[in-house]
Design a protein around this ligand. Structure first.
Ligand code: NAD
Length: 484
């Protein structure tokens, strides 16, 4: 781990690292030790004004560049990220406890997203039509100009690059607000933006701060025309209202999930159990696509349970220092997160539910929780309905396809669903009927395909990231028409 004194903690405005105008800082806590780590500068209203002004001056000359020059800048940034992948993993481990061993791939995936958009970013073509008498109709795709993205703590690099890539390839300038829980990897990314020397001042800027202050300032700023938000449903609601009440800016929302995974009796049970365990264990259950509701046909329940529980426990078998490459089990990201997950477990116990595995904190320093499994909770139980964002899973028995489909769809969420079966007709039926932005057949999270649109149905979101759709999200469409 690099020395703490080498870590950048200031704001990145206009291609320079600067202290926040208020001089205020906030201190991060290492979730594996519960001890303070570093203090980070907080952006206030004056800093946001500087950022917005710089972005306003930057985007027009930026979009006037040939697209291949923007692509060169984005690809160069991607290459620098690859060269620094282990440092990103160390910083995320320090902030939110993700073990370096299992999460080193995040920076590589983030670089992959940037390279994908460097490749397709010039292909923002419109159409022509002759369908009006004496007219040539065109569509023209143009950047919004000043844009922003508000990032969660759990996968900051991936989410930030999924915004930066398409936003700047489309010709926008973007201000990134990191999560107050995980600002450090964003500030390393800022260092690389500067090191690349290919982004003019103001094209990509980074601010740190809290949601209700720095985040709200961006959400309600009248000069910001497009905002991408990734985070919880509750915050998404607040941001959409702030955006509507300010300048009706375009908002895309990537929100939470409560993802069902359905296992039919004809499935490869061993694979289903192994995949399901990895999905909920990854990042100690702190991923939006975690398969946290597993429905198993009654004929397969015993076999599934017997394989799933020890696999889940084995994946989270070594709790400890996230910087240690042998650690497999990281803590919850902070005391709030830990308290919230424990709250769900305690409430379930008070309601008479007894976990068949786990259900307690790991008895050591840090915000570690045991892998926890409940069987057949009632359909109105919070552990079955709410996004817990921890290593807590429910295994529920079902009898037939119609019933399990109804139960899987009985949720406000619609981000991700998985089906395990060898019956291809059934797989197709469920892929069409599950109310979910992604339906995985005989596999489950985490799988990434940068060229495929990703996003949520229902309260899980609005809009799509990745793929061509992820580029279009950063473009306005206008209709020039020429008369004969
Ligand atoms: P969060 O909603 O608490 O915070 C996300 C970001 O919003 C942070 O930067 C925070 O500072 C900011 N914020 C908070 N309140 C704000 C306000 N009033 N105005 C403006 N900004 C505000 O979410 P989190 O705890 O950081 O992340 C976990 C959530 O993110 C989970 O629900 C998870 O499912 C979701 N998530 C979704 C995806 C996806 O692609 N759908 C990916 C990752 C995480």
């Amino acid at each position: 781990m690099a020395s703490l004194s080498d870590i950048e903690t200031r704001l990145f405005l206009n291609n320079e690292f600067v202290q926040g105008s208020s001089g205020r800082t906030f201190t991060l806590t290492n979730p594996a030790t519960e001890k303070p780590s570093v203090s980070v500068h907080e952006a206030d209203a004056a800093d946001i004004e500087v950022a917005v002004k710089a972005a306003g001056a930057a985007w027009k000359p930026w979009v006037d560049l040939d697209a291949w020059k923007r692509a060169e800048a984005v690809s160069t940034l991607a290459n620098l990220i690859v060269q620094n992948a282990s440092k990103f993993a160390e910083l995320d481990a320090l902030c939110m406890g993700t073990p370096v061993a299992i999460y080193g791939f995040q920076a590589m995936a983030a670089a992959g997203v940037l390279k994908y958009y460097a490749g397709i970013g010039a292909d923002a073509s419109g159409k022509t039509s002759l369908n009006t008498a004496n007219h040539l109709n065109l569509t023209l795709k143009q950047p919004y100009g000043v844009t922003a993205a508000i990032i969660p703590w759990n996968t900051p690099m991936l989410i930030a690059c999924a915004a930066i890539g398409p936003a700047v390839m489309a010709g926008n300038a973007i201000i990134i607000k990191s999560s107050e829980k995980a600002p450090l990897s964003m500030l390393l990314l800022a260092k690389l933006v500067k090191e690349s020397s290919l982004f003019p001042p103001g094209v990509i800027q980074f601010v740190s701060g809290f949601g209700a202050s720095t985040g709200a300032l961006l959400s309600s700023h009248p000069a910001i025309r497009k905002l991408a938000f990734t985070g919880s449903v509750n915050t998404g609601r607040i941001i959409k209202k702030l955006a509507a009440d300010s300048n009706m800016k375009s908002v895309s929302l990537e929100l939470g999930g409560k993802s069902p995974l359905i296992v039919f009796s004809d499935a490869n049970i061993e694979k289903a159990a192994a995949d399901a365990a990895l999905s909920i264990a990854l990042l100690s259950g702190q991923t939006c696509i975690a398969s946290s509701r597993v429905y198993i046909h009654q004929d397969a329940m015993e076999a599934f349970k017997t394989q799933f529980i020890p696999t889940f426990q084995a994946i989270l078998g070594k709790a400890g220092d996230p910087q240690d490459p042998s650690t497999t089990h990281g803590p919850q990201a902070d005391s709030n997160q830990f308290g919230s997950v424990m709250g769900f477990i305690e409430a379930a116990k008070r309601d008479g539910l007894v976990p068949v595995a786990g259900g307690e904190a790991v008895p050591q320093e840090g915000y570690f929780l045991q892998p926890t499994v409940f069987i057949d909770p009632p359909s109105d139980a919070d552990i079955l309905r709410k996004e817990i964002f921890g290593p807590v899973v429910s295994l529920s028995t079902f009898l037939d396809e119609e019933e399990v489909l109804a139960r899987a769809n009985d949720t406000e969420y619609g981000l991700y669903a998985s089906v395990y079966t060898k019956d291809i007709q059934r797989a197709i039926r469920l892929a069409k009927q599950l109310e979910s932005g992604t339906v995985a057949i005989n596999c489950t999270s985490p799988l990434m395909a940068f060229d495929i649109a990703f996003g949520g149905y229902k309260s899980s979101g609005d809009g799509r990231q990745f793929g061509q759709e992820g580029l279009e999200a950063w473009l306005e469409v206008s209709w020039p028409h020429l008369t004969a």
